[in-house]
Design a protein around this ligand. Structure first.
Ligand code: HEC
Ligand code: HEC
Length: 318
């Protein structure tokens, strides 16, 4: 009786655990593709120095694979310099990181592992660990017909990230012909987004990014001192430029911007509405933002409703 109770308890706890953590397949028999192997690696703290954090510690599934901290927190709670972006809808992106310093998901995936303020583990140590794990050796052999190498480890992680495309949002249903999928406020917000508020000059295309670098004026050389794209190119014209982020799921990825300086979408919209009221002497601000937008309170609410309608169903809090 007692033994059975313990068994039932264990099975129930495991069930609850898998349900809450979700997203990851952990049964080795089910891991038979690059994507599934990459998923396991993405959620496994084995790739951090003290085995305390995984990619998913910062890219949390419940916040559309972003987090809620202004700047990221790495091993031992070390503060990073930038806000954790979502890793959804990246398969079509030409540049990764806020300053665009990586050109592919494969190239990108090594950086957080070896970054001292993130996972702080050398590539050499990471591979040593994978190669001394019976399970990983078995899985890599099954999927790649090879032992774990830097190349196939990064290929697996990137393959998993490419599965994180989202297109089941109220907005998508609206675009596909369901007129009632989004609220009247969101419909008005969409018209503002492509009209008076001029957001789609930069946030264009199906993921709402033109995949370019722009300065919206969040660098002033004082308290706002991250020069963004300039750090990569050393071209003075690029001071204060950052990658235009896609806006899908932005309703659940607060706080916002490269430095997490805006806590809510309202704060973001208020900034665009009248930048000079919020940031003094923002350098190099794009000409598209040279004049205040003159949005009314109702229009600001409408734009916010539109942005929230871009949230994929799986990230909507029940
Ligand atoms: C300590 C928190 C943290 C951990 C752990 C972490 N990341 Fe990140 N990630 C960030 C931050 C912060 C950025 C933005 C850094 C920048 O732009 O300079 C980022 C950027 C990215 C990007 C680029 C997104 C874009 O829109 O350009 C990808 C992809 C990514 N991370 C994947 C991963 C993977 C894969 C792992 C695990 C191997 C990982 N991250 C681990 C915090 C983290
Ligand atoms: C001139 C190009 C440009 C225009 C116009 C523009 N944006 Fe942006 N947007 C950007 C860039 C670049 C960033 C990142 C800036 C940074 O981090 O310093 C950004 C960031 C954002 C973010 C934060 C996303 C995140 O994940 O942190 C939101 C939300 C946003 N924009 C919404 C809008 C809305 C709404 C409008 C119209 C009112 C708009 N944008 C107009 C270029 C633009």
């Amino acid at each position: 009786m007692k033994g059975n109770k313990i068994k039932i308890f264990t099975v129930l706890s495991l069930l609850v655990f898998t349900m809450t953590v979700g997203f990851q397949a952990d049964d080795p028999a089910e891991i038979n593709s690059r994507e599934r192997l990459g998923e396991k690696l993405f959620f496994d703290p084995i790739l951090s120095k003290d085995q305390s954090i995984s990619c998913a510690s910062c890219h949390k599934p419940e916040f559309a694979f972003a987090d809620t901290s202004a700047v990221s927190l790495g091993v031992g709670g070390t503060k990073g310099a930038r806000n954790t972006p979502t890793v959804t809808n990246l398969s079509g992106r030409s540049h990764l990181f806020w300053d665009g310093r990586s050109a592919s998901l494969e190239e990108q995936a090594l950086q957080p592992i070896i970054n001292p303020v993130e996972m702080n583990l050398s590539a050499h140590e990471a591979l040593e660990r994978l190669n001394s794990s019976k399970l990983y050796v078995e899985l890599f052999k099954k999927v790649f017909n090879s032992l774990p190498t830097e190349k196939n480890m990064l290929q697996a992680i990137a393959a998993y990230e490419r599965t994180l495309e989202t297109s089941n949002s109220p907005y998508d249903r609206y675009i596909n012909g369901d007129d009632h999928a989004i609220s009247p406020a969101a419909v008005r917000g969409r018209m503002l987004f492509i009209g008076k508020a001029n957001c789609n000059t930069c946030h264009s295309g199906e993921d709402f990014t033109a995949d370019r670098f722009k300065s919206i004026g969040l660098f002033n050389g004082k308290e706002l001192n991250d020069a963004g794209r300039y750090e990569v190119t050393k071209n003075a014209e690029h001071i204060g430029e950052f990658k235009i982020p896609g806006l899908r799921n932005v309703g659940v990825t607060a706080p916002y911007m490269h430095n997490g300086m805006f806590k809510t979408l309202k704060e973001v919209i208020n900034y665009y509405n009248a930048p000079d009221d919020v940031v003094k002497n923002g350098k190099n601000r794009d000409l598209a933002l040279s004049k205040p937008l003159g949005l009314t309170k109702d229009e600001i609410n409408d734009l916010e409703a539109f942005l929230i309608s871009l949230t994929d169903d799986r990230f909507v809090k029940k």
